[in-house]
Design a protein around this ligand. Structure first.
Ligand SMILES: CC(C)(COP(=O)(O)OP(=O)(O)OC[C@H]1O[C@@H](n2cnc3c(N)ncnc32)[C@H](O)[C@@H]1OP(=O)(O)O)[C@@H](O)C(=O)NCCC(=O)NCCS
Length: 372
């Protein structure tokens, strides 16, 4: 038996050709392409094509692929009924997990996994999140529109109004940047489930559960809470100093893998500048400057930089998403990565089944129930 680091830190457990994180140099690659180039030049649909089918589509391929993806947006009535049955006060991540489970029970994603299963799950995610948001506000769900792209249609189904190009493009860039990220906890969960030869729906239900936690996808709303609590740029220095004096973590800074600036936050800062109200953006910039300086002064050997969550929060706030839809929106983007990993896992599958070191007692004498 080989003992490995707690939390599997630094342990390689799979080969992947999907994404590569170069934490030392702050680079992220999808299938050979630098994320900065993709974020500026490609849409989420192009990224889905790249991750599922291994190459960027040409114009004809993209048009057929986008039309097929859009064709899967409408939910079966069983899924809408499931959403309606859940309390309006439920955590949207719990609703998303339950609704995807209901979709799996309705559609039977059994048999060999396929890109079609990936498309169906990916297309359904925004419809589920938007339907729940409408239902909890006492409104009728809005039918999806096939002439809008994934990001634009999601915003449309939330508000009932077609979004501006700028908002749609901002969210699309966020989706591109967060579509895949190596073997993070939720992706690993999806691969473990896939490795048992379960189905793709089950893998995505498990991944949603893993993403929900604050150590993984649950952080962006906390960034917004912090910015609201700081309130104005001149409060940044005393607020952050006091938080660090109390031994608290500053939300949106530091990363397990990146020891340089997270390349996604570089792009998201530019997007946030275009999407946010000017006062909000000034506040975010000031908080970032002060936090980086204070963290550097206090932990000079730690190499703490802005992570993806800091400006994700600003972008999602800027496009008008409610705070509790930040993590569901992260799930929407990551579904492409999760499903691509499921497909990849099954191309060369071996059941993922590690061992545990038994540290409990041994040799105890069994006492029957009536004598205990
Ligand atoms: C993301 C995170 C969990 C990664 O942590 P990690 O690589 O395991 O690093 P550690 O938790 O071991 O922290 C290393 C040191 O840096 C400090 N540190 C790390 N992130 C910090 C932050 N955001 N604020 C203040 N100090 C921080 C820790 O206190 C620790 O200091 P110490 O060794 O003197 O005790 C961590 O940076 C964090 O909690 N960030 C804030 C939450 C957040 O933004 N989450 C979203 C992540 S994408």
């Amino acid at each position: 038996m080989i003992q490995v680091a707690k939390g599997l830190e630094g342990v390689v457990v799979a080969d992947t050709a999907l994404s590569h994180i170069d934490g030392e140099n702050g680079r992220l690659i999808y299938c050979g392409y630098d994320i900065a180039d993709l974020a500026h030049g490609a849409t989420y649909e192009e990224i889905a094509h790249l991750l599922w089918l291994g190459h960027l589509p040409n114009r004809a391929e993209l048009s057929a692929f986008s039309a097929k993806l859009a064709g899967y947006r409408e939910l079966p009535p069983t899924v809408i009924d499931t959403i309606r049955m859940l309390p309006a006060t439920a955590d949207p991540m719990d609703v998303l997990r339950s609704a995807v489970s209901a979709l799996g029970a309705t559609r039977h994603f059994s048999g060999a996994v396929s890109v079609d299963h990936a498309m169906e799950l990916t297309a359904a995610m925004p419809t589920i999140v938007a339907a729940f948001d409408r239902i909890r506000r006492g409104l009728k769900p809005v039918e999806p529109r096939s002439d809008l792209n994934h990001a634009g249609n999601y915003l449309y189904m939330l508000s009932g109004e077609a979004p501006s190009d700028q908002r749609s493009r901002a969210l699309d860039t966020y989706l591109v940047l967060t579509a895949d990220h190596g073997l993070n906890a939720s992706t690993f969960t999806a691969r473990v489930i896939a490795s048992t030869l379960s189905d793709m729906g089950s893998a995505i239900v498990g991944a949603i559960g893993a993403l929900k936690g604050p150590l993984h996808g649950g952080a962006p709303a906390l960034v917004l809470n912090m910015l609201r609590s700081i309130g104005k740029p001149e409060n940044a220095e005393p607020w952050l100093t006091a938080a660090l004096d109390r031994g608290e973590r500053i939300m949106g800074f530091g990363h397990r893998v990146y020891k340089a600036e997270d390349p996604r936050s570089k792009v998201l800062r530019q997007v946030a500048e275009r999407t946010s109200e000017i006062d909000f953006f000034r506040l975010a910039i000031r908080v970032e400057d002060v936090a980086l300086r204070l963290l550097h002064e206090r932990k000079p050997d730690r190499r703490l930089y802005t992570n993806v969550e800091f400006y994700s929060a600003a972008v999602m706030h800027g496009v008008g998403l409610p705070d509790d839809l930040f993590t569901p929106t992260f799930s929407i983007s990551r579904t492409v990565g999760w499903t691509a990993h499921v497909i990849e896992q099954l191309k060369d599958n071996r059941l993922i089944r590690p061992a545990a070191e038994y540290v409990g007692p041994t040799g105890l004498t069994f006492v029957p129930l009536d004598r205990r």
